[in-house]
Design a protein around this ligand. Sequence first.
Ligand code: FES
Ligand code: FES
Length: 212
Amino acid sequence: MAFNTTRRAMLAGSGAAVALTQAPGAHAQSTGAGGGTPPSSMPVSFTVNGTAAELELDTRVTLLDALREHLELTGTKKGCDHGQCGACTVMVNGTRINSCLSLAVQHQGDEITTIEGLGTPEDLHPMQAAFVKHDGYQCGYCTPGQICSAVATLAEIRAGIPSHVQGDITAAPVFNAAELRERMSGNICRCGAYSNIVEAITEVANSDLGAA
Ligand code: FES
Ligand code: FES
């Protein structure tokens, strides 16, 4: 059969396709792989700082919003909401993630640790105490994410997880300035408290990892 579509028909067809993808509610009307309509909300249960949480959430709610808006754990901050600043860093099953980039309903059964789970004002985690001692903040908005990321950074080095700045990724990583800059590069401080943040993390690393 000859291909007999006119340029006018082609443009009309592509315009209709664009209109369909941009139509309000088009996303909600899409069908799942099985042909059914995806649910708009789902139950999810996970553990946050050792406490079980059971929620019924819109499937579009991020882990960050579930923590802040549904569980009222506002220690985890929303900076960019686009995975670019690290303010929302939490640990999931011991691994740090940007909670603004992760849907809450993906975390069924997970163990989540936020800044509130690391220590208390009366009994600070060593990393929290080091940030206070070295004045590793100004406004403090990035600080929960910085501390969660720093704790996970040392755990990654301890576990032998390589980074992009290692010459030999088969060798055990060591703590040094280049490793620290690389591993903490996803955590931005708009106040520029970096020199004191580095001092705080280095002090804990020296005591935890025996770094020079
Ligand atoms: Fe998640 Fe900025 S709020 S990376
Ligand atoms: Fe203000 Fe880091 S202390 S953004």
